[in-house]
Design a protein around this ligand. Structure first.
Ligand code: FHN
Length: 403
């Protein structure tokens, strides 16, 4: 039965409302600590790389710490890698013995992950890369029909396992079909199986079919067609554990990214790459707790403000919007007066979010044969009440999108 738009929006509603999720890239590559691509970037043979597996002994239930960290940061869902390009499965499998139960951890890490996320009331997503550097048919499946048949059957078998063995899964997060295309990977058939096993599931666009949401990566590009989208971002430059990359994002950058995804009606999936033992780098935990604290005050200005809006102030900040209410997120504090050009509608009232009303003046400033709109908000404190970002709530008579 073809799903109608109303039912589809109902299925997607929790995801649209969630706004903020945690991405986890964890695997035997963390033992080396030089990116999840290390097998490729350092030209390791399959055997040499495979020798890492029995050396991986993460502590039990590290995922419970991640889930608490995610919850405290204001995240509402978590997505973890079940198999990355390296072929190591973090779950028990009858399809491949290169898995976390068969060697190394000798535990089902996907089971631990889903249990931990659910214990914190968070939705669960499973990442699965359909590209595989280890499988002998992986690379040649693009050109060799017999190899492709074997590899596609293997892939469908593994996806069937993660969609069957862990209860209700909320998101199927595919990654990269290389060297195959959707037709060769039989993605229609694969996703029909996934939806049969998990009726309410949401599927991303990386099995080569559009499905439910787009996945801009390391950038925030709003999908203005109204189609759901989620931007995935690293905290430093790598997805997997890479402590030598110390270029970490700040809490203010994360808050700004949250505003940007809210403005465009999308989600932010922010990544952590835990250590071999399961520790989240402290640079992430510190930022996540600051962001969580900020969200506890300003949650509605990010979670509930899902209407598209553009404009703001080139230096000081930009808006999110909920109907006729604008939230101006001020990252760089101007002092006691804020001057905004072209506010999209006539102002009814202005206040510091959760605070006292502020004075405002609307003007039309002549310049040559033009008249430029300007709104001056005064009576602000000299110093920013919140250094990450202070929100000014502007009630409009009616929101009038800028042409
Ligand atoms: O190659 C992967 C990469 O390691 C990481 O998993 C990202 C996450 O979206 N996906 C691929 C690059 O697009």
């Amino acid at each position: 039965m073809v799903e109608n738009e109303k039912d589809r929006e109902k299925r997607l509603k929790w995801f649209r409302d969630a706004r903020f999720g945690m991405f986890i890239h964890w695997g035997i590559y963390s033992l080396i600590g030089r990116h999840e691509y290390v097998m490729n970037t350092e030209h390791m043979s399959v055997d040499e790389y495979g020798k890492l597996a029995p050396k991986w002994h993460p502590r039990p239930n590290a995922a419970r710490e991640w889930a608490r960290l995610a919850k405290n940061a204001g995240m509402r869902y978590m997505v973890m890698t079940t198999k990355h390009h390296d072929g190591f499965c973090l779950f028990d499998s009858k399809v491949t013995d290169f898995n976390a139960v068969n060697g190394g951890p000798r535990r089902d890490l996907v089971a631990e992950f889903v249990e931990a996320a659910r214990a914190e009331g968070l939705r669960v997503g499973l990442y699965y890369s359909t590209m595989d550097w280890r499988h002998p048919d992986g690379g040649r499946s693009g050109k060799d029909a017999k190899a492709r048949k074997r590899f596609v059957s293997w892939t469908h078998g593994l996806v069937r396992e993660i969609m069957t063995n862990y209860g209700k899964i909320d998101i199927m997060w595919y990654d990269t079909t290389w060297p195959l295309n959707a037709k060769q990977l039989q993605s229609e058939k694969l996703n029909a199986m996934v939806r049969k096993l998990q009726p309410g599931i949401i599927i991303n666009n990386r099995s080569g079919i559009e499905e439910d949401f787009g996945t801009p990566e390391q950038s925030i590009k709003a999908d203005t067609t109204g189609r759901m989208w989620e931007s995935c971002m690293t905290m430093n430059g790598a997805w997997g554990y890479t402590p030598i990359d110390t270029d970490w994002k700040s809490a203010s950058e994360v808050v700004r990214m949250l505003r940007q995804v809210a403005t465009g009606g999308g989600n932010l999936l922010l990544n952590v790459g835990p250590s071999p033992a399961g520790d989240v780098p402290y640079e992430c935990t510190a930022v996540f707790s600051q962001v969580g604290q900020w969200l506890r005050k300003y949650a509605p200005t990010v979670y509930d403000a899902t209407d598209h809006v553009t404009g703001g102030h080139m230096i000081c900040g930009s808006y999110t919007r909920s109907g006729n209410t604008l939230y101006f997120h001020c990252d760089r504090w101007p002092g006691s007066k804020l001057i905004l050009n072209s506010v999209p509608g006539k102002i009814k009232s202005v206040r510091l979010y959760g605070g006292a009303k502020l004075r405002f003046k609307e003007e039309s400033v002549p310049r040559g044969d033009m008249h430029l709109a300007r709104a001056t908000i005064s009576g602000l404190p000299e110093l920013a009440p919140d250094t990450l970002s202070t929100v000014i709530e502007i009630e409009l008579e009616k929101y009038k999108p800028r042409k």
